[in-house]
Design a protein around this ligand. Structure first.
Ligand code: IDP
Length: 140
C-alpha cells in the first residue's frame, strides 16, 4: 500500500474541551505522521466554501455555525493508506455507531459535534490540503 496524505480537522467541540493532544496521540499511535499543522478560526465564508458539497443538506447552516464557533486545528497526516487509516481511527460519523477505541466513540458529543473531520478519498484529500496549506507548509 502506498504512502498517502490526508487532511484532518480537530473540530471546535474538541479544541474547546482541550482534547487536541489526546486526538493527535490517536493519530500517531495509528502510525500517521503529522506533516503540517496549524490552529485557525474559520470565517463563515470559509466554512461555507469548505463544506460546499453539503450546501443542500438540512444540517448545512448548523454545521457551518458550529465550525466557526471556536478555533480548529487543521493538519495533514501522512502514512501508509492514510485516508482509510484516518477514517478508521476517527470512527463513524454518528458517535453512537462508532467502534470502541475510535476518536468519535471516545470524544464526540453528537453526530454534528463529532470532534474530527477526515478526507474520504484521494481527490478530496488533495483539494482539502490545498484549501488550507501551501506547499511550503508541508514538511514530510
Ligand atoms: P464525515 O465527517 O464522517 O465524513 P459527512 O456525512 O461527510 O460525515 O458529514 C460531514 C459533517 O457534517 C459531519 O462530520 C458532521 O459534523 C455533520 N453532519 C453530518 N450529518 C449530520 C446531521 O444529521 N446533523 C448534524 N450534523 C451532521
Amino acid at each position: 500500500m502506498a504512502i498517502q496524505r490526508t487532511f484532518s480537522i480537530i473540530k471546535p467541540d474538541a479544541t474547546k474541551r482541550n482534547l487536541t493532544g489526546k486526538i493527535i496521540a490517536k493519530f500517531e499511535e495509528a502510525g500517521l505522521r503529522i506533516v503540517a499543522s496549524k490552529r485557525i478560526q474559520l470565517t463563515l465564508a470559509q466554512a461555507q466554501a469548505f463544506y460546499g458539497v453539503h450546501k443542500d443538506r438540512p444540517f448545512f447552516d448548523e454545521l457551518c455555525e458550529f465550525m466557526i464557533s471556536e478555533p480548529i486545528v487543521v493538519q495533514v497526516l501522512e502514512g501508509e493508506d492514510a485516508i482509510a487509516k484516518n477514517r478508521e481511527v476517527m470512527g463513524a460519523t454518528n458517535p453512537e455507531e462508532a467502534a470502541e477505541g475510535t476518536i468519535r466513540k471516545e470524544f464526540a458529543l453528537s453526530i454534528g459535534e463529532n470532534s474530527v473531520h477526515g478526507s474520504d478519498a484521494p481527490e478530496t484529500a488533495a483539494e482539502e490540503i490545498a484549501f488550507f496549506f501551501s506547499g511550503l507548509e508541508l514538511v514530510g
